[in-house]
Design a binder for this molecule. Structure first.
Ligand code: TXA
Ligand code: MG
Length: 320
């Protein structure tokens, strides 16, 4: 059930989380499917609701630095530096965990993922519940991430106790995942904070290359963020066969070229702004997936700033 983000509803959501329930809530990146990170039964329910075949480790969301210190071992001064400069925000850090966090949250690893979201509703919900809320993106396993409450309700509504509506997510792609347990801080997933920004704050930052610019063996591809319809990547609309016997949708970066022949068109940012493009990406893909078309062509976006996160999600959407 979708409810507004009134103080009363946030309290109600917090009570549900305390009692082991599941509450979908807005963050600045995407909607999260939240449960008490300190309660293994609640965490198991998250996996069940998403239909995740494997127990991928989850992000624990906190409201303040006390929350961080309660769940993680914060010895490395780098952690405070990152927290001070980039939190609250679209950055998840991998740090050593404390015993209080159940194995199911971390997949048995001795590290954990932590994030302080930059969204008042999210932080209030976390603060009023248990101070530690485990939340993956609130989509069924493998499907597009949700950037509106309606996306969540359509796909998972019957499996969640409450969906708190905070409108459209401002950032629109998931957080950047930064591993601080390595010698050099390493980006494991590009996201809402660009690598350029991380380098300004931290100096040397490595990026793990998992985004498969090089082909991988079939079956090894990470099936993630995919629309139901096939999606192909092109550099320009000219590459798309004009005699294609199918109804075609086009995801354009800036809206350039002749787009009149497509049955459905989504433009990410006419002014070529990567932040705007990221914020619109998932909603555009959801609309194309719901449009009366058979195939989606998506235009390549330059991998600069948040363009890297957008392109990462477009690659993943193209992998079946
Ligand atoms: O923006 C976001 O990050 C959203 C909102 C709801 O906060 N959440 C999200 O969660 O995208 P999820 O579960 O879809 O992605 C969590 C990512 C996965 O890539 C997972 O592998 C990684 O975090 N992760 C979690 N714990 C980890 C650990 N101990 N070591 C390495 N990676 C970890
Ligand atoms: Mg996800």
């Amino acid at each position: 059930m979708i409810v507004s983000d009134s103080e009363e509803n946030i309290r109600r959501g917090a009570e549900l989380i305390k009692r082991g329930g599941l509450v979908a809530f807005p963050t600045e990146t995407v909607y999260g499917l939240g449960g008490n990170s300190l309660d293994p039964v609640a965490v198991a329910k998250i996996f069940e609701a998403k239909g995740r075949p494997s127990f991928d480790p989850l992000i624990t969301h906190i409201a303040d630095l006390d929350g961080l210190e309660r769940v993680a071992l914060v010895k490395d001064p780098l952690i405070y530096r990152v927290a001070e400069k980039l939190w609250p925000g679209a950055l998840t850090i991998i740090v050593p965990r404390r015993e209080i966090i159940p194995d199911l949250v971390t997949s048995g690893l001795d590290t954990m993922a932590v994030r302080m979201p930059d969204h008042p509703t999210a932080r209030e919900l976390i603060r009023l519940s248990t101070g530690a809320v485990a939340a993956p993106s609130a989509n069924p396993f493998g499907y597009l991430s949700p950037t509106t409450a309606e996306h969540v309700e359509e796909a998972l509504g019957d499996r969640i106790d409450l969906v708190i509506d905070g409108g459209l997510c401002r950032v629109g792609v998931e957080s950047t995942v930064l591993d601080l347990t390595r010698d050099i801080p390493t980006v494991l997933r590009p996201g809402g904070i660009s690598v350029e920004t991380l380098r300004e704050v931290l100096g040397d930052v490595d990026v793990l290359d998992r985004t498969s610019l090089t082909p991988k063996a079939p079956g090894q591809l990470p099936m993630h963020y995919s629309p139901r319809k096939p999606l192909h990547i092109v550099d320009s609309p000219k590459e798309i066969p004009s005699a294609a016997p199918v109804r075609t949708g086009y995801l354009s970066f800036r809206g350039e070229g002749d787009l009149s022949r497509f049955a459905a068109v989504e433009i990410l940012s006419e002014r070529g702004d990567f932040v705007e493009a990221a914020s619109r990406l998932f909603a555009a893909l959801h609309r194309l997936d719901a449009a009366g078309i058979d195939v989606i062509y998506a235009q390549r976006v330059p991998s600069v700033g948040l363009g890297a996160a957008v392109m990462d999600r477009i690659y993943k959407a193209s992998e079946k």
